[in-house]
Design a protein around this ligand. Sequence first.
Ligand code: FE
Length: 134
Amino acid sequence: MADKIVKSEEEWRQALTDEQYHVTREKGTERAFTGELCNNKADGVYHCVCCGNELFDSQCKYDSRSGWPSFWQPKSLDKVVEERDSSHGIQRTEALCRQCDAHLGHIFPDGPQPTGLRYCMNSAALKFEPREDG
Ligand code: FE
């Protein structure tokens, strides 16, 4: 597995937009239906906006109507770390990038088969790269 990517708060601030920083490094959540990747249906791979880690394939993206990009599984299970999140008085499962600890979003048990999971991600935490033919 690739080495962990560690940067100071200041380095992340310089590398990211304010919204990307807020979501990924301060565990923020973008407003529903505002993310530019929410309705993206193109074929390709979704990378971590912070470190480039390949997180999700478009083939596992689906329309959850939640207002956030939603996937039923990550590109591989070792890409995403799950942690219990009790903030805001709700028990949720937080999803973090394994490689740089970026907050990505949350995982809910109401997704489609075969996993039954919904990886509810912030568009601001992702960078989409279209798949090149061949
Ligand atoms: Fe990352």
